[in-house]
Design a protein around this ligand. Sequence first.
Ligand SMILES: Nc1nc2c(ncn2[C@@H]2O[C@H](COP(=O)(O)OP(=O)(O)OP(=O)(O)O)[C@@H](O)[C@H]2O)c(=O)[nH]1
Ligand SMILES: [Mg+2]
Length: 358
Amino acid sequence: MFNNLKSKLKGFFKKTPQDLEEKIYEDKEKPDIEKIPEAVETVKVEPEPDVPKLSRRERIKAEKEKKKESIDPLEADFGKKIKDKDLDNILDELEIILLEADVAFSVAEEIKKGVWENLTGKKYSRKFRLDEIVEMAVRDAVHDVLKINEFDFDEWMKGIEKPLVIMFVGINGTGKTTAIAKMANRLQKDGNTVVMAACDTFRAGAIEQLSVHAERLGTKIVKHAQDADPAAVAYDAIEHAKSKRKDVVLIDTAGRMQTNNNLIEEMKKIARISKPDLKIFVGDSLAGNDAVEQAKVFNDAIGVDAIILTKIDTDAKGGAALSIAHTIGKPIAFVCDGQEYEDIQKFSAEWMLDRLFD
Ligand SMILES: Nc1nc2c(ncn2[C@@H]2O[C@H](COP(=O)(O)OP(=O)(O)OP(=O)(O)O)[C@@H](O)[C@H]2O)c(=O)[nH]1
Ligand SMILES: [Mg+2]
């Protein structure tokens, strides 16, 4: 009797879900809701004949490998512990790379300290070497600094009431006047009307220099005589732009050392009168350690909004970008890479990272 029941049950388990369904309705029996899903499940889990069976050890190993893949290399909880001595050695090497790329010493030190604090005592996945882990962490730290408040000038422009006023500041000879000419060219090509304000009334020849660019580019320039009050020039340029419905006013200012208090005060006055929508600090990519002090003084005086880094075409690697951005926490809007009007590009953190490390 039991043998018969066993063979019936065998037959039942070999059936597919469709067979079962057909069978149930063929017999015109009321479907047993409790039994059907159970039966379907049993059919589904029948082992495939050609799947190799793993031993317990093999299964554990496979499971670990699977876990490894989904793990952050810096947070592996079953990896190798980072030894402070090894970490110090690798970080010293990376610091030299940063210094060779013109990153200011204080900034390189701070980045190193931050990475050390993040990694000390941590475990890391055996899939990586320690130097790879540390380089990844330094790259991340640098990337974070460069990405701070990413600044898309063209997007920013769309939201500002016209005429929008942009003031350029920085120490002597960093490329402010050239950057203004490049920006005028870029803005005009995008269909904007531009007014240049010749507010460097301090250096002999500065008004003439800007006038030459204005003439070449067909840009309106507002200028006064040498030694005139630069704030008054800025005011006139903005009034002109308002009355003639011009789109953008670009204010050129005299180069001034961060140590010259009189000229720093004069710059504050230009900013107070012209109320710029954007104050751009123009920094030389070769500035090195000095970049930190410059950026601090200009930022404290008028509140810098963005940075243009110039002369990136020289043999500078561009570490000044990192120093300035790290010191004042402001975004780098553009980099200038030559003396032609087209030599101005939007800044990209990824591009700078490759330049620094490769
Ligand atoms: N190679 C290179 N030279 C540049 C770049 N930008 C500016 N220059 C050159 O740097 C020199 C100084 O440029 P300016 O634009 O006069 O600098 P500035 O900041 O206005 O100078 P001051 O008004 O005296 O403070 C000029 O010879 C420019 O041609 C650049 O991106 N690359
Ligand atoms: Mg100038």
